[in-house]
Design a protein around this ligand. Structure first.
Ligand code: CP
Length: 329
């Protein structure tokens, strides 16, 4: 594994290795001295063409905790706004000696272009491309699910090597525009979980029949019939909707009524069921404040787990042996 572009490219062994390594990284973060010398002298560039809070900050924290030098590049305020191309930007990063490039881009496929065009000799980590993929988000989601739920339904057991066999995950909301949903469906399937996508018909992508999951148009029916172990709410991405900000069908009021996670639906979940959201949240639209702030919500924990997962990804791509048999910290 030279790059991390898509969860669909990961074998089960590779996915489990990333999660096991993240668990080791998380253990180092509870110590007094958090910083590891592993990537001293290496350079990680955060190349962000789209806004981000969680992913950008946690990749920066992850790289710094591995002692790498970090260069943060935001398209806003750079020569990209003067028309500089992705190729010329990449060549500039190459000249600066980037060993890894973490890229978020509004265009689906841009990280593939960076990885395969021959402009760079660096590991490329996809930090979210268009509506396509967000692999480290899916990995931190799987890591969080594993910490809370593995063992409940006869999976491979907690700890090293555990997969998510038998667990049921409902992913709810704006699937059409969600790279988080695509990344999670692929990874959760690889790890053995059963996924149900729940969305209004207008927010389900064409071709979803080929995805390794069920599709439902009713949240209430899914909560009763599937009894999910984890409910992952998706952000309604109004900025990606063609009618402009705010124009989407169903209306916000109807959306909240039929697809929102509120106190009433929260009370119907099984005792062990966790509530997830990748952030940023539209409170009051896809998730109520009661649900977001409830004891079942692991949303803040997802953010914290993102640092350990990104440390693992950087370590394995830049310093590690990515084979399941390799030596790891
Ligand atoms: N979940 C996620 O990607 O959040 P950011 O857009 O803040 O990075």
């Amino acid at each position: 594994m030279k790059h991390l572009l898509s969860t669909a490219d990961l074998s089960k062994d590779e996915a489990v290795l990333l999660l096991d390594t993240a668990a080791q990284m998380a253990a180092t973060q509870s110590r007094e001295i958090k910083k590891l010398p592993t990537l001293r002298g290496r350079t990680v560039v955060n190349l962000f063409f789209e806004d981000s809070t969680r992913t950008r900050i946690s990749f920066e924290a992850a790289a710094k905790r591995l002692s790498a030098d970090v260069i943060n590049f935001s398209a806003k305020g750079s020569s990209v706004s003067k028309g500089e191309s992705l190729k010329d930007t990449a060549l500039t990063l190459h000249a600066m000696g980037a060993d890894a490039v973490v890229v978020r881009h509004w265009a689906s496929g841009a990280p593939y272009q960076l990885a395969h065009a021959g402009w760079l000799d660096a590991a490329v980590l996809n930090a979210g491309d268009g509506t396509h993929m967000h692999p480290t988000q899916a990995l931190l989601d799987a890591f969080t699910i594993r910490r809370h739920l593995v063992g409940l339904r006869g999976g491979a057991g907690e700890g090293v090597g555990a997969d998510l066999a038998g667990l049921k995950v409902a992913i709810v909301g704006d699937v059409l525009h969600s790279r988080v949903a695509r990344a999670n469906v692929a990874l959760l399937h690889t790890l053995g979980a059963e996924v149900t996508l729940v969305a209004p018909p207008t927010l389900v992508p064409v071709g979803v029949e080929a995805w390794p999951c069920r599709v439902s148009y009713s949240l209430d029916e899914t909560l009763d019939a599937v009894r999910p172990d984890a409910v992952m709410m998706l952000r309604v991405q109004r900025e990606r909707m063609s009618g402009g900000a705010g124009a989407f069908f169903p209306s916000p009021h109807e959306y909240t009524r039929y697809y929102g996670l509120d106190a009433r639906r929260l009370a119907r979940l099984a005792d062990h069921t966790i509530v997830m959201h990748p952030g940023p949240m539209n409170r009051g639209l896809e998730i109520s404040a009661e649900a977001a702030d409830s004891d079942r919500a692991v949303i803040v924990e997802q953010v914290a787990n993102g640092v350990a997962v990104r440390m693992a990804a950087l370590y394995l791509l830049m310093a590690g042996d990515t084979s399941a048999e390799g030596n790891h910290p």
